[in-house]
Design a protein around this ligand. Structure first.
Ligand code: NAD
Length: 411
């Protein structure tokens, strides 16, 4: 089949290249010329494990353009839905993309993959489509991939949710997903949208729950990882998303939880649990600063921050917990030097601090070190060349803690 993918970001690239790998022809359309040029030259514009290889392998089946003309009749909308200051999502990119598609397509299926508030596809986007065509159908197909594992997750999902308004949408989507062995749930677009928000809300709640238990465990001198190991042996709970630490970041959880809570508030409903999950998450990174202040006043000190990406195996820094930590360190007068194997270029757009080429360079004569991302290369750090060997761990990653003054956030 021939597919157009609007928005060549983490979701669009993963979706498009996976469908190309299944034998379809895929056209990427993005307003970012830089991204399009890279794809045209066979270069992955973002880092995702395996993406570069798949772009090379399927180069003959992919195309990239900034032009909405000559669309294929199956179009995935994968543009961003960032937060507004109100917490609601900014729908303008999705609306623009849908309108551009509707203007340039006579008949076909538009599939919304961007995460949008329940009701958006049917109540806001379908009417935009209907201004231009009575024939185009619309569907909502939420994406559950995790960055860093995006291709693996796309090709091996636990389930595929398709929210459709007619049989044609259901038939096309089922056919597209045939190579993937996973249960398919067919529902309406509004329910599909809610399934996405409910899933992310539940996973984020597990993390804030683990952090809340972890904060108390820390006071009691207990390692929360031992606690959660015991807790998660109960099959009703499961071990996933119970890793306590500096909190959740990334482009989805914080934004999606703010969106559902703000959307609910607008409808007159106060989501107490979701708001508490967000509150715990906002406070969590600042606990690292408090732990550091047990040992030193921060002003004028050389502090190494190891790990800038919101989690390991990605270059994405959106809502990374290292951002509030660095902000607070700077506010308190520290000289921050940072290192991350993938995410430094992105962080340079936010902070004018010293960026180091290696862990060793960041630690050389440093007064303290805060570990923010569980990159594998941080497992065996040699802290010998630090001035004061004070190490604060926001993600549990170190194998050896001997010879250092050490505090884990929840352990
Ligand atoms: P992204 O910012 O990486 O990519 C979005 C792309 O859309 C950008 O390249 C941007 O230039 C492009 N774009 C914006 N407006 C456009 C337009 N009018 N026409 C063409 N291109 C346009 O975003 P992402 O992380 O891929 O997320 C996309 C959506 O998927 C969001 O709604 C997000 O919530 C959702 N989602 C993301 C993830 C994730 O892990 N990143 C997982 C599941 C769902």
């Amino acid at each position: 089949m021939d597919i157009s993918v609007i928005g060549a970001g983490y979701v669009g690239l993963t979706t498009g290249i996976s469908f190309a790998e299944f034998g379809n022809k895929v056209k990427f359309i993005d307003i970012d010329e830089n991204k399009i040029n890279k794809i045209k030259h066979g270069i992955a514009p973002i880092y995702e494990e395996g993406l570069q290889e798949l772009i090379k392998k399927n180069f003959d089946r992919i195309n990239a353009t900034t032009n909405y003309e000559n669309l294929d009749s199956i179009v995935f909308i994968c543009v961003g839905t960032p937060s507004l200051p109100t917490g609601l999502i900014n729908l303008q990119y999705v609306k623009q993309a849908v309108e551009n598609v509707a203007k340039n397509l006579d008949d076909g299926l538009i599939i919304i993959k961007s995460t949008v508030f329940p009701g958006t596809t049917e109540k806001i986007l379908l009417p935009i489509v209907r201004k231009y065509s009575d024939k185009i159908s619309i569907a909502m197909n939420p994406e559950f991939l995790r960055e860093g594992m995006a291709l693996h997750d796309f090709m091996n999902p636990d389930r595929i949710i398709i929210g459709v308004i007619d049989e044609r949408g259901e038939k096309i989507l089922k056919k597209l997903y045939t190579p993937i062995k996973a249960p398919i749930m067919v529902t309406n677009p509004t329910t599909a949208e809610m399934i996405k928000y409910a899933s992310n809300s539940f996973l984020a709640t597990k993390i804030s729950f683990a952090n809340e238990i972890g904060n108390l465990a820390k006071i009691l001198g207990i390692d929360v990882y031992d606690v959660m190991k015991g807790v998660s042996m109960d099959h009703r709970i499961s071990p996933y998303f119970l890793n306590a630490g500096a909190g959740f970041g990334g482009s989805c959880f914080p934004k999606d939880l703010r969106a559902i809570a703000s959307g609910a508030k607008k409808l007159g409903y106060d989501m107490k649990l979701i708001n508490a999950v967000l509150e715990i998450n906002d406070e969590q990174p600042l606990r690292l600063i408090k732990l550091l202040e047990k040992y030193m006043s921060i002003e004028g000190k050389e502090i190494a921050v190891l790990g800038l990406a919101f989690k390991a195996n990605t270059d994405d820094i959106r809502e990374s917990r290292s951002i509030p930590v660095i902000k607070e360190l700077i506010k308190k007068g520290a000289n921050v030097r940072a290192y991350d194997p993938m995410a430094m270029e992105n962080m340079k757009k936010i902070f004018d601090i010293k960026y180091c080429n290696s862990v060793e360079e960041a630690l050389m004569n440093a007064d303290a070190c805060i570990i923010m991302t569980d990159w594998k290369e941080f497992e065996d750090i040699d802290f010998r060349n630090m001035k004061n060997k004070i190490v604060i761990e926001g993600r549990k990653i170190l194998k050896n803690r001997e010879g250092i003054i050490y505090e884990g956030i929840c352990w």
